[in-house]
Design a binder for this molecule. Structure first.
Ligand code: PGA
Length: 260
């Protein structure tokens, strides 16, 4: 199954920086050793620029020969494509610019912007209606983990976000324990294995296909990507900090090919 390496740039990389990043990434992918890798098409690089850089990423990717393995998406869009929603972003604009994905339910949106489960469900539906693939983030906080609630929390987040959808619709899930995001504290292999197995079982119970990718996110870096990708049901990564430099992004990506 194809693996996905997603880079969540958050509020980093201006339009000109984003252009430089795409140019550097595509240049590296078309040179050795990447260009000789026969299974490179089994890997998808998905970039998540901030809204101001959407257009530059879209334009830069359109001209590249490696565009078949590159995709991009928005970090956020409102539930309505147009209207009186001052300061918001539109999934329709993402679609028009050629985006594939919309990130939904990231823990920073849940915590800082107080997005509720109900709003997240509406954003899932809005993304799909616009022809975008929602990349849904789920994960527990540290107190929730310490009180043994991890799978219960993740199940309720999955239920809220997915139960209004048809199982044939394309979705991607990212398991991101909140305490591991931006903290340098990565979940142990046993914790990741347990959570991914749990998420796969919950998805099966909800009658979603076994091919729904489940990415891991939370302090993924070059030093831990080999171990993490070896865990069953880890279908790739959602990377924040370590996705900002082409070099570390590619170092994280390389082990995904040996496991495809
Ligand atoms: P991190 O962020 O890799 O910097 O921990 C992950 C994310 O927020 O998706």
């Amino acid at each position: 199954m194809k693996k996905i390496i997603a880079g969540n740039w958050k509020l980093h990389h201006s339009p000109s920086k984003a252009r430089e990043f795409v140019a550097a990434l595509t240049q590296r992918l078309s040179a050795s050793p990447w260009k000789e890798m026969e299974n490179l098409s089994q890997l998808e690089f998905a970039l998540f620029p901030s809204a101001a850089a959407w257009e530059s990423v879209s334009e830069s990717l359109a001209k590249k020969s490696s565009k078949h393995i590159l995709s991009w998406g928005g970090q956020n869009a409102w539930t309505h494509p147009v209207g009186a929603f001052t300061g918001e972003n539109s999934a329709q604009v993402l679609k028009e610019l050629g985006a594939k994905y919309l990130l939904v339910g990231h823990s920073e949106r849940r915590a800082i912007f107080k997005e509720s489960g109900e709003l997240i469900a509406q954003k899932m539906a809005a993304a799909l209606q616009m022809g975008l693939v929602p990349l849904l983030c789920v994960g527990e906080t540290l107190p929730e983990r310490e009180s043994g609630q991890t799978l219960r929390v993740v199940e309720s987040q999955l239920n809220e976000a997915l139960s209004g959808l048809s199982q044939s619709q394309e979705v991607v899930i990212a398991y991101e324990p909140v305490w591991a995001i931006g903290t340098g504290r990565v979940a142990s292999s046993a914790q990741v294995a347990e959570a991914h197995f749990g998420i796969r079982s919950i998805l099966a119970k909800m009658r979603f296909s076994e091919s729904v990718p489940i990415l891991y996110g939370g302090s993924v870096k070059p030093e831990n990507s080999t171990e993490l990708i070896g865990i069953p049901d880890v279908g790739g990564f959602l990377v924040g900090g370590a996705s900002l430099e082409v070099d570390s992004f590619l170092k994280i990506a390389a082990p995904l090919l040996t496991h495809s």
